[in-house]
Design a protein. Structure first.
Length: 267
């Protein structure tokens, strides 16, 4: 995580330094790059998360716009009024009152995307970010499947247990006391999910109850449809147990998809 976050900062400062070629003198470019890096580190506040760093860089905006602002500052004779050794005096591009309209619009769009919470905006935005994560960390705020596993090992284990519980259904393993093996594994995964604060209570309840809802409600509905209205209880229970295990598996899969989606898009 630390190396990924540092690489994002290095890439950003390098882009700004490249944009400064031909615009600032060599000494001005060096001072500008140093103060930019120091200000980013100040805004970063020691965070090792690539997601947090990506948010900070998005607030700074287009590196070329930063260079243009620095050039205006120097041209207006403001260099003497600022203490070179004070990195806090490096302004963020969003604070520039003379920001060009096109750049201002781009920064606003970036801030809107970063402030968007799960469940708002485009319905497939989270899925799109997940697909693009390996290609461009800045697009996904530095998050991908690898970072999720590293940041949330306990939550990843819980989701894996829910999937294992579903996969155990077809094997008809002997029960432990009065509980089947899939139910025991599901219960362990459920406890871990409920104890985690990475999801909202609503997501925790939906994600963990989906297998049981699939087993009970799905089994009743599908079993009832298969036997019809005239069949007896014996036929109904036979069909219920024939389909309830499959519905448990489907419910577990849907629950894990929901939990994974929310975890990837956690604020």
């Amino acid at each position: 995580m630390t190396e990924r976050a540092d690489q994002l900062i290095l890439n950003y400062v390098s882009a700004a330094a490249d944009a400064a070629h031909g615009v600032l003198r060599a000494d001005q470019r060096l001072d500008f790059s140093r103060r930019l890096r120091a200000r980013i580190e100040q805004e970063r506040q020691g965070s090792q998360s690539a997601r947090d760093v990506a948010k900070v860089l998005a607030r700074f905006g287009d590196p070329q716009a930063l260079v243009a602002r620095e050039a205006r500052r120097l041209a207006e004779g403001q260099a003497a009024e600022q203490e070179p050794e004070a990195p806090a005096q490096f302004p963020k591009i969003r604070d520039d009152p003379g920001l060009p309209p096109g750049v201002a619009k781009s920064v606003k769009l970036a801030q809107d995307r970063l402030s968007r919470r799960p469940g708002r905006g485009m319905p497939l935005a989270g899925l799109r970010r997940a697909v693009m994560s390996s290609a461009n960390p800045m697009t996904t705020e530095g998050r991908d499947a690898g970072t999720i596993v590293k940041e949330h090992p306990r939550e990843t284990l819980a989701m894996a247990l829910l999937l294992v519980a579903a996969l155990m259904v077809p094997f008809n393993l002997p029960s432990v006391a009065i509980f089947t093996v899939p139910i025991i594994i599901w219960a362990i995964g459920t406890v871990i999910v409920l104890l985690s604060d990475s999801w909202t209570w609503r997501d925790r309840l939906l994600g963990t109850s989906a297998p049981i809802l699939g087993y009970s409600v799905g089994g009743v509905l599908i079993g009832g449809l298969r036997v019809g209205a005239t069949a007896g209880f014996e036929r109904f229970f036979t069909e219920f147990f024939n389909v309830s295990g499959i519905m448990f598996m489907i419910g577990a899969g849907l629950g894990v998809v929901l939990l994974a989606y929310r975890l990837f898009n956690v604020s």
